[in-house]
Ligand binder design. Structure first.
Ligand code: BEZ
Length: 214
């Protein structure tokens, strides 16, 4: 059965460009972004891996480890990484799983046979420190992902895990957020949101982002 939000991310052991990886052990207490690519030496994937490498500090700030996957062997990955570094002006600083036996691709349902019989689509999973799957996105091979959007979702997850809020559409760091509808007690709301809030409707209550200085 396909993975769903809230499921424990399946553990695995697989080769990678940085040696053998035992996934849960490798994740440790970090958040994780596991994302698949159709194949090595393909143009869109090359740009995606370059972008991920350049966002190293942004991932680190959020305690996130990135790990890519492609169904080619380690030797191919090592050659490709040289190309990525050269063409994208970066240093690939995260492992690429060498899933030639498709063990991980099958475990995470990354091969969609009606799209392509053998290659993975662009699947992406965000996994929290409890190893729970918190975001699943699937893009077609022809469309590169927006890694700023991945960071935005991670910001939202980390914020909403700590405070009784949710983030509105197109929300960006520092913008107002909504108070979760399940929170009804006026006194509790005042205590939790000392910066105040605006009730546009009883169910739509906006408040400044709780962890930001005003
Ligand atoms: C690419 O990564 O560039 C790509 C891979 C498969 C199909 C189309 C593009």
């Amino acid at each position: 059965m396909a993975l769903r939000l809230g499921d424990i991310a399946p553990d695995f052991e697989q080769d990678s460009s940085e040696g053998r990886i035992r996934f849960h052990q490798w994740l440790g207490d970090s958040w994780g972004v596991l994302f698949s690519h159709p194949a090595d030496f393909t143009p869109v994937c090359t740009t995606e891996l370059g972008l991920t490498a350049k966002l190293k500090d942004e991932f680190a700030k959020r305690n996130v480890k990135a790990i890519a996957l492609s169904v080619d062997p380690v030797e191919s990955h090592l050659g490709w990484i040289q190309d990525i570094n050269e063409t994208q002006g970066c240093q690939v600083n995260f492992p690429i799983l060498a899933d030639a036996d498709r063990k991980v691709s099958e475990l995470y349902d990354m091969i969609h046979p009606n799209a392509n019989e053998t290659l993975t689509v662009r699947s992406l999973f965000v996994i929290d420190p409890n190893k729970k799957v918190r975001l699943i996105i699937t893009y077609p091979a022809s469309t590169g992902r927006n890694f700023n959007e991945i960071l935005r979702v991670i910001d939202s997850l980390q914020l909403t895990d700590k405070h009784s809020v949710a983030t509105p559409g197109n929300w960006q760091q520092g913008e107002d957020v909504v108070i979760v509808p399940s929170l009804k007690d006026e006194e509790v709301i005042k205590q939790k949101f000392p910066k105040g809030y605006k009730a546009i409707r009883p169910y739509l209550r906006m408040t400044p982002q709780p962890d930001k200085q005003q």
